[in-house]
Design a protein around this ligand. Structure first.
Ligand SMILES: Nc1ncnc2c1ncn2[C@@H]1O[C@H](COP(=O)(O)OP(=O)(O)O)[C@@H](O)[C@H]1O
Ligand SMILES: [Mg+2]
Length: 226
């Protein structure tokens, strides 16, 4: 059902090769994500969570298997179409924020819209207001706290109103209270936009919030119900 589950993958394999040694990371992952709601993924450090998110988000091709968006295999897209799909359909939030250090808050947020030739700083200002940073529009990332930088990263990730928001340990660099504030923000925005949010986290309390909860172990994604 591609309407209900626009993002799906089947038989995903990924192995890293370092010299003569091979490191199988993902082994035959089959999963479909609902169009709306929170999915959480846990797993030991090095289990392949970031690799999986990058494959799902069109940043890294698997060795085998497919990632489909609305029934189409994204790694079959041309490079240009894949880049445009990523920019318009996927928002990424990373543990280390990954803002452009030389751009102000509002310039960071407007960047994905400019890439799509839809730049509009008024809309980016409104989005910064929504994440509580309306008074920090012209600050550079280095002039802001970690929690503030992550709020900017979230605003940037949502700038093109993506159907899919992928957050890779978004609270990993933050103290617990700030981190939970970030998750509250992600959930509020998910509720307003009704998109698909996938959060990778080590925090059991955050993982427990997922309507779908998964654990990545030995290259497989297992549903969790505890
Ligand atoms: N580009 C790469 N080349 C080789 N090995 C990699 C590469 N990226 C990740 N790895 C290895 O693959 C494993 C999974 O990495 P990652 O997906 O980052 O795990 P996680 O996010 O769960 O901590 C780790 O052992 C890591 O060292
Ligand atoms: Mg990781």
């Amino acid at each position: 059902m591609t309407d209900d589950h626009p993002l799906a993958c089947s038989a995903l394999d990924k192995t890293y090769r370092l010299g003569k040694s091979t490191l199988p990371i993902l082994r035959g992952i089959d999963i479909a994500f609902p169009a709306r709601g929170l999915n959480t993924i846990q797993g030991a450090s090095g289990s392949g969570k970031s690799t999986l998110l990058q494959i799902l988000g069109g940043l890294e091709a698997p060795d085998r298997g497919e990632v489909r968006w609305q029934g189409e295999s994204i790694y079959g897209f041309s490079r240009a179409r894949l880049a445009a799909w990523r920019n318009l359909t996927v928002g990424f939030v990373f543990q280390a924020y990954h803002l452009f250090p030389e751009l102000t808050a509002v310039e960071n947020v407007d960047f994905p819209a400019r890439l799509a030739r839809r730049g509009d700083t008024e809309m980016s200002k409104a989005l910064l207001d929504q994440v509580g940073l309306g008074s920090r529009l012209h600050h550079l990332p280095a002039e802001l706290s970690g929690g503030e930088q992550q709020r900017i990263a979230i605003a940037r990730a949502l700038r093109n109103n993506p159907a899919l928001l992928l957050a890779d340990e978004p609270t990993g660099n933050l103290d617990q209270a700030t981190g939970h504030g970030i998750v509250d923000l992600l959930l509020r925005l998910q509720g307003e936009r009704q998109n698909c949010l996938i959060i990778v986290t080590h925090d059991n309390a955050i993982a427990a919030l997922g309507q779908q909860r998964y654990h990545l172990t030995d290259g497989r994604l297992d549903p969790r119900s505890d």
